[in-house]
Design a protein around this ligand. Structure first.
Ligand code: UD1
Length: 423
């Protein structure tokens, strides 16, 4: 198993190129199941979750060609040979549930394993199931699998109000209703940029979706979809994660093509902490001294609020603020597993229920730590970059799910970081 070794303290300067969004790609790729024509995706991030999705789609009959160093992908689902998403693949990645809607829409039948437990809370799929029911499907839970069937003539347009915002279930809604007979209206839908990206691509494929970027999505079902070429939207979470590095350690880093509209609430918080963030030459520049970081009160919320996927990384910054900060997590239960690991490096964090209070300290010290989930692993990297001495981070496979070439990108701006094999 690999580990990452970091020697902290280097100021960071230069440029970091951000990849396409993992969370967008994981919803865009299953759209191939909706058409027999080829679908071309560009700006695909090179991540293990993408490989898992390839494996999943391949098991259903999709043929996939990777070009341009795997950042371009041509997916072709001429004939689907299976409608069963196996536990062995689904357990690796919860987003596998996103094949449920397209399989029902195209084949009228789907068997998808229930995703197993997850490190960041219970994360059920009940809302996905309510969505397909609203479109006329029926389902049973048998031996850990969802067995779902569409009505004889196919899914039927329906109305559904989400009881709370769910990114994945909104994606299931789009991926099912595009081929339904009639019109569907989904209210209280998620409006994350990744949802808009999916809706834009489906419209390029011939779907009729309106209300993009709002919480009400109206989908007029069409008989069939055709192929399209689509560039995956920039990964706003990768962007935010890297923006914290110069903010915390000090330096001057430019992010070409970075869009502030994808991450407005996050930039507001960085600015409130005293970090200089500027729009420049079509990108964003972060300049900071790594000193006099102001404490913050942060609450995670659905888009356009502060993203839960940046909570752990911002907490690393707040460990060094001049005073006490609070982070309230409202999306997931049990999403503070990075707190005890940060404490091993000298951070002072009290967790009570869904609120963490972070008492700023002057220095962090390098220590052996363990990545507990994808975003938590980056918070440890940030802390290590700032810490005195050496940090070794284990279980870096979490990192590989969502951050491509992290060692190369951080070295490129002056960090002392290596990846080693444990064996
Ligand atoms: C997606 C993102 C994830 C991000 C999250 C919130 C992907 C692949 N992952 O996850 O990185 O942290 O959005 O922005 O895009 N819930 C239910 N029943 C359901 C579905 C969800 O109770 O059927 C709950 C979840 O447990 C959670 C909340 O709803 O507490 C929001 O989850 P959701 O927005 O669905 O997250 P994901 O789509 O799983």
């Amino acid at each position: 198993m690999d580990r990452i070794r970091i020697t902290g303290g280097n100021q960071l300067s230069g440029e970091v190129r951000i990849a396409g969004a993992k969370n967008a790609a994981l919803a865009l790729m299953p759209a191939t199941l909706l058409t027999d024509a080829p679908l071309t995706l560009t700006n695909v991030p090179r991540l293990s979750d993408i490989k898992t999705t390839n494996e999943l789609l391949g098991s259903l009959g999709t043929e996939i060609a990777s070009l341009s160093d795997a950042t371009v992908m041509v997916l072709s689902s001429k004939e689907l040979t299976s409608y069963r998403a196996d536990y062995d693949i689904v357990r690796k990645m919860r987003a596998s549930i996103l094949v449920l809607g397209p399989l029902l829409a195209r084949k009228g039948i789907a068997e998808v394993s229930l995703p197993g437990g997850c490190a960041i809370g219970a994360r059920p799929v009940d809302i996905h199931l309510q969505v397909i029911e609203a479109l006329g499907a029926t389902y049973e839970l048998v031996d850990g699998y969802i067995h779902a069937e569409a009505p004889k003539g196919g899914l039927i347009g329906g109305n559904y109000e989400f009881p709370f915002v769910s990114v994945g279930a909104t994606e299931t809604a789009l991926l099912s209703a595009v081929l339904a007979n009639g019109t569907s209206v989904f209210s209280n839908a998620a409006c994350e940029p990744e949802i808009t990206d999916l809706a834009e691509m489906l419209n390029k494929m011939g779907a009729k979706i309106t209300g993009l970027g709002t919480s009400t999505l109206t989908i007029e079902g069409v008989k069939s979809l055709h192929g399209a070429t689509h560039a995956v939207v920039m990964d706003r979470i990768e962007l935010g994660s890297y923006m914290i590095a110069p903010a915390m350690i000090g330096g001057d880093v430019f992010f070409p093509d970075a869009r502030i509209d994808l991450i407005g609430a996050f930039v507001e918080k960085l600015t409130e902490a005293g970090i200089d963030v500027k729009e420049e030459n079509g990108g964003l520049r972060v300049k900071a001294s790594g000193k006099n970081i102001k404490p913050l009160d942060v609450r995670t919320d659905p888009f356009p609020g502060f993203p839960t996927d940046l909570q752990a990384q911002l907490m690393a910054l707040l460990c060094l603020a001049d005073g006490a900060s609070t982070c309230e997590e409202t999306i997931f239960e049990n999403r503070f597993m990075h707190a005890p690991e940060l404490a091993r490096m000298g951070a002072k964090i009290d967790v009570e229920g869904n609120v963490a209070t972070i008492h700023g300290v002057d220095t962090l010290r390098g220590a052996p730590v363990m990545a507990t989930d994808l975003r938590a692993s980056f918070s440890l990297i940030l802390a290590a970059l700032r810490a005195e001495g050496e940090t070794i981070i284990r279980r870096v496979y979490h990192l590989d799910r969502g951050y491509e070439q992290v060692v190369r990108k951080l070295r490129g701006i002056g960090a002392e970081i290596v990846r080693e094999n444990d064996e």
